[in-house]
Design a protein. Structure first.
Length: 240
């Protein structure tokens, strides 16, 4: 009975990572914005969008020859590059300069939100597998005890054993669904935090630019006043 119940396909624990049909390519980096963390690769399939979060090893730089896979972006529907390698820039994937990576406005080449979510996905799968192992152990122990009772008392308990096995399996699947909901909530919070950090960084840059413009304006005004004062002194000297 247990083997028959276990033969059913396992439920999908994470709907945010559908399988993609990737196509391997080689191309030349046409443009890459180091501050924003994105650019374009020139290839036989045209200009392909690339983000630092989809790179391994060194970050791409202009005129680098890189290898990558092409998939369709689920949001825009346009092709984008993933698994990009061969860049000559700093290594991608450390938290050395910021939290969520430059592309999200958080600083340096940090781990992407997708990588964090993927780690949580595998944690859910591992916990689900552990739950099933526990169910197997409990059911085997219960069946062994039931067989001993049957042998001692001559009372059939096969139907009770089957019911217990079904109940335990339903508990394990419900636990897996609950873990998946927790992971989805964590991912939403992480995405919101990444967007907030990006907005804060852009606002800070705009404030610094405005302050620089005001400083330049004050310097220009001071220069004009000094020039007028020098001209007045020169006229007074000539009149004397």
């Amino acid at each position: 009975f247990w083997l028959k119940a276990s033969a059913a396909p396992a439920p999908s624990f994470f709907v945010f990572f559908p399988p993609f049909a990737a196509m391997s390519c080689v191309g030349l980096v046409k443009f890459f914005n180091e501050t924003k963390g994105f650019g374009f690769i020139s290839s036989d399939q045209g200009d392909i969008f690339i983000h630092r979060n989809e790179c391994t090893g060194g970050e791409p730089r202009e005129n680098d020859e890189v290898s990558f896979d092409i998939v369709d972006d689920q949001r825009s529907g346009k092709p984008k590059a993933i698994n990009c390698s061969g860049g000559s820039g700093p290594e991608v994937g450390s938290f050395g300069k910021g939290g969520f990576g430059k592309g999200g406005g958080g600083g340096g080449g940090g781990a992407s939100i997708a990588q964090v979510a993927l780690g949580l996905k595998w944690a859910v799968l591992a916990k689900g597998a552990l739950a099933r192992v526990v169910v197997v152990v409990v059911v085997v122990a219960f069946a062994a005890s039931s067989n001993k009772v049957t042998a001692a008392m001559g009372t059939p308990v096969v139907s009770v054993t089957k019911w217990a096995m079904v109940a335990l399996e339903e508990v394990a699947e419900a636990s897996a669904v609950a873990l998946e909901a927790v992971v989805a909530a964590v991912m939403v919070v992480a995405l919101a935090l990444g967007v907030a950090l990006g907005e804060a960084a852009r606002a800070s840059e705009a404030a610094r630019a405005l302050e620089g413009a005001k400083a330049n304006s004050r310097c220009a005004a001071n220069s004009s006043v000094e020039s007028a004062a020098m001209a007045t002194i020169a006229v007074s000297s000539t009149s004397s």
